[in-house]
Ligand binder design. Structure first.
Ligand SMILES: [Zn+2]
Length: 256
């Protein structure tokens, strides 16, 4: 694939892409599709061994390590609970900016208080074995909202935010690494033009590209490029033509 320096003329972009049949609308008009909230980059909650995964009798994951191991907020948000609770001994809940909630249990010491604003990856507690626990570990839950009564599987929740378990705090934790450009950029379930559209980006969007792969060849803006980026937070792929970088194949990004 040839590498070209990209023009950022949006008008030309729309006209070219529309002509290529990728955007079924008149040049110069924006598609009215709403943009779903993009999950912000997450952080590894704690280093350790996963001793129990999510299952029907366990609403979260257990990450075991030495007493006193640092525990970090899995994302930016506001502390809504920090205190004692039966079973947990001590617990913390954080409401994130996308409305989801993460929950942390069994800590031996907490370092944040209710209504405190925390960043993704901020120290919030130290691992303990308080409450119903047989050894030092973090019990970590993810909830869809403050009103959900059961946790969801934390593995896809964290994965959508760029964190896979087991994880190492502070390393490999992605922040957004690229920005899209153009309008009406389609995010598809597979790196193919025939694949379903999961959402449409109406304008430049900061994204975390987890990996890239070869897929359908796309021609737009004077390029032909078969590289596609997988963006976990968007739940799909976009052609690399819409990633704002002069190289067709993104440097420093693994192949999917
Ligand atoms: Zn547990």
């Amino acid at each position: 694939m040839r590498t070209l320096t990209r023009s950022k003329s949006i008008g030309l972009f729309i006209a070219t892409v529309a002509a290529a049949g990728l955007v079924p609308l008149a040049a110069g008009t924006a598609e009215a599709a709403p943009v779903a909230a993009v999950a912000a980059a997450g952080s590894c909650p704690a280093a350790g061994t996963v001793t129990q995964w999510y299952h029907s009798g366990h609403d979260g994951v257990d990450i075991a390590n030495n007493r006193g191991t640092a525990i970090y907020s899995a994302g930016a948000g506001t502390v809504i609970v920090s205190g004692t609770a039966s079973g947990y001994g001590q617990w913390i809940r954080i409401r994130h900016d996308d409305g989801t909630v993460t929950e942390y249990g069994h800590m031996y010491e907490r370092t944040v208080s209710v209504n405190q604003r925390v960043n993704s990856g901020q120290l919030i507690a130290y691992m303990g074995s308080e409450g119903q626990s047989t050894g030092p570990h973090l019990h970590f839950e993810a909830h869809a909202s403050t009103s959900s009564t059961r946790g969801m599987d934390p593995v896809p929740y964290l994965s959508a935010r760029g964190v896979s378990l087991p994880c190492t705090p502070g390393t490999g934790t992605p922040s957004t690494n690229f920005t899209t450009w153009g309008t009406s950029v389609r995010v598809r379930t597979e790196p193919r033009l025939s694949a379903g559209v999961v959402r449409t980006l109406t304008g430049p969007t900061a994204v975390y590209v987890q990996c890239q792969t070869r897929g359908d060849s796309v021609t737009a803006e004077g390029y032909t490029n078969d590289a596609w980026s997988y963006i976990p937070a968007l739940g799909g792929y976009i052609t690399n033509i819409y990633i704002d970088h002069p190289d067709a194949w993104l440097p420093g990004v693994n192949q999917c």
